[in-house]
Write a protein that binds this ligand. Structure first.
Ligand SMILES: Cc1cc2nc3c(=O)[nH]c(=O)nc-3n(C[C@H](O)[C@H](O)[C@H](O)COP(=O)(O)OP(=O)(O)OC[C@H]3O[C@@H](n4cnc5c(N)ncnc54)[C@H](O)[C@@H]3O)c2cc1C
Length: 494
């Protein structure tokens, strides 16, 4: 086995991994990062993100400290504080209380300090109210959306993290796959790595796995998520095929969390099979379904489009869509709602059909016209027009006598022209992972730390179940990555 000159080897070069590498290096360790992708594609899913980050913020001063440009327009912003308890409550509520609460609280408690730490080595933030906020009477409200996003989005985040790691003296090996863990006397002592068709063993002091989930493996998707998930579109990296998880489980790690769960959205039907351009990946999602009615090919509605704010429902849309005939659905808008659609609906590559009548629209989209017209008729008849429409709040303007109901923001579909956007399931990342403790040490099923082994990012199970408050992934990965890097550098096992 080759001796590594490194105290800490990190597998992966996404947000969690790079935060781990930087923290370990700052704590004095010699650090090597192994990235399966070529250098030009480093950054995993993190590079494909919008860079949005959900962070507890007590005051607008905290927001301004991270996003100083907001000072110019702060007066037009309806800022509402978002404390750690609310951050925890949002994650726990959406997960049906199934989470490892201690992990969620750990993330909440460290989120602001971790984001500030990232700002300290050059990650720059801006307010994302302009992008996701709702304008009411000249003021911008942010209905529980994340307040911050990284300038330059995911690509900018990865470029800055990579630059910071390089400057600190972290070494990188690209096109290098972590393929297995070497265990001696129950302790992890090294890795098997594959590079250029060759496999070799590498001895290492501590190992941090931050290799993402299994969203890019059709085989694992079908096995763990269920039928038809093998056919879903992958929104991000093609390199997250669950190798890190398999390695950890083979070394005795406890499988933990929601292995049949994943973050999956409504994705343009013609989006590529994998995210191939970080600059446009986010735009392939079609998240304004709460303004629409969504139907399947049979012309039937199948989900409450207005169950809650977008940020609390978008990651479950893929799950309901994958179960529809052909795993296809159609978001339908009219002249009243079309103007409110975000930029992703107007890009040239967005798939859409426009028609003057609902029948014509159905025929062009391949929806059965008669049941569709009946669905719209019944829906329109059920809209509670006595309740005022207000996008900034859960306005309770729902439907009566319609199944499934639409609980908020319901409007009759009656103003031509009409638009239809065909969508399918786009998987973002998987929720199942390994079990870790508060030092990010990987635990066995009997809750003993596996000596020298740490995990961070989407590889950590127990944080998200069934649903996810938007923009929690990067924050979770940064916090756990930083903790893992610091603990590994201090060799917490001893
Ligand atoms: C289109 C899109 C938009 C998103 N927008 C947001 C957002 O705005 N805000 C937010 O919080 N979250 C967002 N997410 C979710 C976010 O991407 C994840 O929560 C986060 O990036 C996960 O980080 P990670 O470091 O765990 O994994 P990744 O960033 O995926 O990193 C995993 C790394 O491991 C490498 N790897 C895999 N296997 C191996 C191996 N065997 N050996 C070596 N390396 C390996 C991969 O190449 C990759 O570099 C978005 C995701 C997508 C796809």
């Amino acid at each position: 086995m080759a001796e590594a000159d490194y105290d800490v080897v990190v597998a992966g070069a996404g947000n969690a991994a790079l935060c781990a590498a930087i923290a370990a290096r700052q704590a004095g360790a010699r650090v090597l990062v192994l990235e399966r992708a070529p250098a030009a594609e480093l950054g995993g899913n993190s590079a494909f993100t919008a860079g949005a980050m959900r962070v507890p913020l007590k005051s607008i001063e905290q927001l301004l400290a991270l996003a100083p440009q907001l000072a110019d327009t702060a007066a037009s912003v309806a800022f509402t504080s978002y404390d750690e308890a609310e951050f925890v409550e949002d994650i726990v509520r959406l997960s049906g209380n199934a989470n490892d609460r201690k992990l969620v609280e750990l993330i909440a408690a460290n989120a602001f300090s971790t984001i500030s730490w990232m700002a300290g080595f050059g990650v720059r933030f801006e307010s994302q109210l302009e992008r996701r906020g709702v304008k009411v009477g000249g003021r911008t409200y942010n209905p529980r959306e994340a307040a911050l996003r990284v300038i330059g989005q995911g690509k900018g985040l990865i470029d800055t993290l990579w630059q910071a790691a390089e400057t600190l003296g972290v070494d990188f090996s690209y096109d290098t796959e972590a393929a297995g863990l070497i265990v001696e006397d129950d302790a992890v002592v090294g890795l098997t790595i594959r590079r250029g068709g060759r496999t070799q063993a590498l001895r290492a002091g501590r190992i941090i796995l931050a290799c993402g989930g299994f969203e890019a493996s059709p085989e694992m998707r079908a096995r763990y998520l269920g039928p038809d998930w093998d056919l879903a579109k992958v929104r991000g990296s093609r390199f997250n095929t669950g190798l890190g998880l398999k390695m950890a489980l083979a070394a005795g790690a406890a499988a933990y969390g929601n292995w049949s769960g994943a973050h999956a959205i409504a994705q343009d039907i013609n989006a590529p099979a994998f995210g191939n351009d970080p600059a446009t990946a986010e735009l392939e999602g079609k998240d304004c379904y709460y303004l629409s009615i969504i139907v399947n090919r049979d012309g039937e509605r199948f989900v409450d489009e207005g169950a809650d704010f977008r940020v609390f429902t978008y990651s479950t849309q893929g799950h309901v869509i994958v179960r529809q005939p052909g795993s296809v659905a159609f978001e339908i808008f009219d002249a009243k709602t079309y103007g409110k659609l975000d930029h992703s609906y107007r890009i040239p590559q967005a798939t859409s059909v426009k028609a003057e009548t609902l029948r014509e629209l159905a025929e062009q989209l391949g929806i059965k016209p008669e049941p569709f017209l009946e669905t719209v008729r019944a829906f329109n008849a059920g809209v509670r027009e006595d309740v005022p429409l207000d996008d900034a709040i859960r306005d309770g303007r729902g439907t009566v006598g319609v199944s499934p109901p639409k609980s908020n923001w319901a409007q009759k579909l009656d103003a031509p022209p009409y638009w239809g956007f065909p969508v399918t399931a786009g998987i973002t990342f998987t929720y199942g992972g390994v079990r870790v403790d508060e030092h990010a040490r990987v635990l066995t099923e009997t809750l003993e730390p596996i000596p020298n082994l740490y995990a961070a990012g989407e590889m950590v199970g127990g944080i998200f179940f069934r649903n996810y408050p938007g923009s929690s992934g990067l924050v979770s990965g940064a916090v756990m990555g930083r903790i893992a890097g610091t603990a590994a550098a201090r060799n917490h096992d001893r």
